[in-house]
Every structure is written in C-alpha cells, then in structure tokens.
Design a protein around this ligand. Structure first.
Ligand code: URP
Ligand code: ZN
Ligand code: ZN
Length: 479
C-alpha cells in the first residue's frame, strides 16, 4: 500500500514548507519538493491512494505521553478503555499514547506490567507505550526497573501525594531515583505535598466546605511549589533526571526553570486544562441537573488555579520560552453519573481526573490562532518533544524518510465544535465534556497511523487492535 500526500505544508519542529510525502506500507519513504517526479517516475500514477492536502498542514501525529485508560482509581475505574480512549485519541489527531501501568503498595511491579500489557493488547486504535507507576518502592521494584527498561518502559512515575494510595515517602523516592540515575531511565513526579493537602481537606470537610471548589482550595500552589522544589533537590542529590507531570502553578514552573538554568536535567509538562480553565470557572459552574456540584467535572490534581494569580498566562509563556517543554492531557475520564457523583456532599470523594485525549491537538492549535504559539512550536510541544523525551523520536514525532507513517492532515480553515451534543466531536466514553462549548478555528481532517488512514472527515476507518506496543528507548534529551 503506497500513499501520496500532495500539495500540503509539512510542519516539523525545525520549520515548515511545501512538500509531498510518500508513505510505503507503514513507513514514510520520501519527503519531496512539491510535484516531484523522482527520476521521471510519475508518483501519482504509481501509488494506491492520493490525499490532496492543498491549503492544509501535514504534521507528525500527536503523541499524548500522559493517559490513564481504564485506570483503577478513586474507588472506581477511568471510564475510557484502551479501545474507546485510543479511538477518541485518533479522532483528535493523536496517533500514539504513553499510558501508566499502576502498582499499588504490596503489588508486584512486573505482575502489574504483564497485566497492563494484557489489558491493552488487541484493543488499541493507535500505537501505545507504557510508563510504570511505583508506589511503595520495594527491593523487587528496583530490580524490576532494570527489567522494564529492557522492555521499553524507560520512565517511572512516583507520587508525593495520595497517602495510602500512591504516595512514596522521600526515602522511597530517593531509592527509585538512585536506580534511575544508574540505568538511565526518567523519574516522573506528581509533585504535591500530600500531608499538607490531607490536613487541609480534613479541615475543609469538618467545616462543612464540601463543594467541588474546595478541591482546588485545599491543594494550594504552595503545596505544588514545595513538592516540586523537594523533588528537584532529591533529583539533584541522586543525579536522576526528573520530569514533573501536570504542572499547574507558575511557582512550580519557576522552580523547574531555576533547576534547568543550573544545568539540571529537569523537565516540565503541562496540560490543556491549565492553559484554559480556572478555579473561578469551577466556582461559577452550576447546572439544573447538578447545582453547584457541576464543578466536579473539573476536579483533577494538580487542580485548576485561580485566574487572578496569573498561572494561565505564565503557562503559555513558559511553553514559548521552553521553561515547560510539552503538553500532555493527563487523560483520566470519569462520568458524572455513577463516578464523579460519589463525591456529592464531600468533594474529597470525587474521582480526580479530566478527559481530553481527543482535544489536545485542537486546543493547542487554537493557541497558534490566538498568537500564543508558533506553528512549529505547536508541533514541537504536542509531538516532537514527547517523542524525544520518551525515547521514540525518529520513528515517531517527525515527518522524514524512515519514520512511521503517523501523519495528520490539519485544516486551518476548518472548524471544530467540541462537546457531546449533535454535530459535536466527542468520542470519549464520558457522559459530559470538560470542554463543552469550546470552538476551534481548525480541524483534524485525515489521520494516518503507520500508513493506514484511521480517521477521515470525522469517520473512523480503523479497527481495534491496529495499535501496536511501542518499545521505547531512553530519553533522547539525556547524554
Ligand atoms: O487528577 C488526576 N491527575 N488524575 C489522574 C492521576 C494523576 O495524578 O495523574
Ligand atoms: Zn499525577
Ligand atoms: Zn496522570
């Protein structure tokens, strides 16, 4: 199967220009000057499919490096399965995800890894890799870290919050970091001070402050900044590289920027919710159905921040200046009915998470339209950097010969209405959209995953099981 994508503007991180792209089987075979005949050979007559991308961008498929499909969490399970979540991702121009294998205290890391491989196998619409969550950092977990790196799982997430669920104490964190420093893997950190948060939550609930808004108030930026600083210091002590996930506070960004200025291998990820949504949106949210519990739709951790404190503006700026390197979704969807509503009367029982895997490419493209990012930076923070950060670049995250044919044809003159109603885009397995009413000045037209068209003009043409496991290497930002 040979495909020609002609007349488009190919966008890579290093620049963009008119070019034709030829995909042979699963792989990009050539990127040529427009209309090239290649030694007199008529390309168009010799391919099976021609996609006319005139007036459109041809970009490397999106890579969402932070998703939680069917994750057991908060007394329930994330509502997207590997099947539904990856199909929704494909609709939105994401062609690879990196999901998290979960290890709770007492569980064996390698058993959990085998279980997650089983969950995903034969289910995914697009390619998928894994990070490994470590909670209690047993001795067997440390040896498992070496084995997992050989399996293509080269990044390990630790938590400084969620006591009794995920939290690792500082000693456990240091042990895992020492191992990462020796085997070249990446430590990912959920950086929030869990003890402080637990106390504030207890006090709020005791005082009768139980609505979703208090979720944000009891997870203040100081708890994020402090934990980010502590994680950076522990990484410095051990020599481990550190990737701080879902950064929402500008003060946490400053900690990351300072560490980077010092020459430390510290990286930061933010998410669309921290670029667009605020604590005040959550406070003001109300509906006939849910009253002031409406705000539960946006309960996630780290939480939405106050728009009066300048976090959102700082986050866009940090993306431009590379103080923050990339954008993932932290896709962790729950339905309002039967899941989020577990927290009616007590916000601390609301399962934490927002679903966005389908909308990240569009929401960040709107940043281009709004003058927040350049076209190339859009591609960089959504595809190129995730590929490099997590050892996939060359195959993923670039349009060049030899790369996988993971390509999105994006129409800057198209339009996307996000939400669950008629004529809207929602394909995630959720009974609401956290992005209801967002209008995007652009549209994902055609999505190819390893050379096959999986989405065309909003129609899904792929099959479950098309997606293959990505055996990742070490981060390409580390020497
Ligand atoms: O609210 C969130 N972020 N839920 C998913 C778990 C995590 O901490 O990433
Ligand atoms: Zn987290
Ligand atoms: Zn997460």
């Amino acid at each position: 199967m040979k495909t020609l994508i002609k007349n488009g503007t190919v966008v890579n991180a290093t620049g963009s220009g008119a070019a034709d792209v030829i995909i042979d089987g699963e792989t990009i075979a050539a990127v040529l000057a427009p209309g090239s005949t290649l030694l007199g050979f008529d390309l168009e007559a010799n391919v099976d499919t021609v996609i006319d991308a005139a007036g459109k961008y041809v970009i490397p498929g999106g890579i969402d490096a932070h998703t939680h499909m069917q994750m057991p969490f908060g007394g329930t399970e994330a509502s997207d399965t590997f099947e539904t979540g990856t199909r929704a991702a494909a609709h939105g121009g994401t062609t690879s995800i990196v999901d998290f294998v979960v290890q709770y205290a007492g569980e064996n890391v390698l058993d959990q890894y085998a279980l997650w491989q089983q969950k995903a196998a034969g289910e995914c619409a697009i390619d998928y890799g894994f990070h490994q969550i470590l909670s209690d950092v047993q001795d067997s977990s440390l040896t498992a870290m070496d084995e997992l790196v050989a399996e293509g799982v080269s990044s390990f997430k630790l938590f400084m919050a969620y006591k009794g669920v995920f939290l690792s104490d500082d000693g456990q964190i240091v042990k895992a970091m020492q191992k990462a420093a020796s085997n070249g893997s990446m430590i990912m950190m959920h950086a929030e001070n869990g003890s402080v948060i637990d106390l504030l939550v207890q006090q709020a609930v005791a005082a009768g402050n139980t609505t979703p808004y208090y979720h944000g108030l009891t997870r203040p930026w100081q708890a994020e900044e402090e934990a980010t600083h502590r994680a950076i210091m522990l990484a410095h002590l051990t020599g481990a590289p550190l990737y701080v996930v879902h950064v929402s506070a500008k003060q946490a960004v400053e900690q990351i920027a300072t560490a980077r200025d010092r020459g430390q291998n510290v990286f930061g990820e933010t998410c669309p919710q921290y670029l667009y949504l605020s604590l005040e949106d959550q406070l003001g949210a109300t509906s006939e159905e849910w009253g002031d519990f409406e705000g539960a739709k946006w309960v996630c951790s780290t939480p939405l921040r106050s728009k009066h404190e300048g976090h959102q503006h700082h986050m866009w700026q940090s993306l431009r200046t590379n103080d923050i390197q990339m954008v993932s979704t932290d896709h962790c969807p729950f339905c309002m009915k039967g899941q989020k509503d577990m927290g009616l009367g007590n916000f601390s029982k609301i399962p934490n998470g927002i679903g966005s895997v389908e909308h990240r490419m569009d929401l960040l493209y709107q940043g281009v339209v709004d003058g927040q990012l350049s076209l190339e930076r859009w591609v960089e923070v959504t595809s190129v950097t995730p590929a490099r950060m997590f050892g996939m670049y060359g195959k993923k995250g670039v349009i060049q010969p030899g790369a996988d044919g993971d390509i999105v044809v994006y129409d800057p003159n198209g339009h996307t209405s996000i939400g669950i109603g008629e004529g809207k885009t929602h394909h995630m397995n959720m009974d609401y959209s956290a992005w209801e009413g967002y209008e995007i000045d652009g549209h994902v037209d055609t999505v190819l995953s390893r050379g096959s068209v999986v989405v065309d003009d909003n129609r899904y043409l792929g099959r479950k099981g098309d997606g293959k496991y990505i055996k990742r290497g070490l981060s390409q930002y580390l020497i």
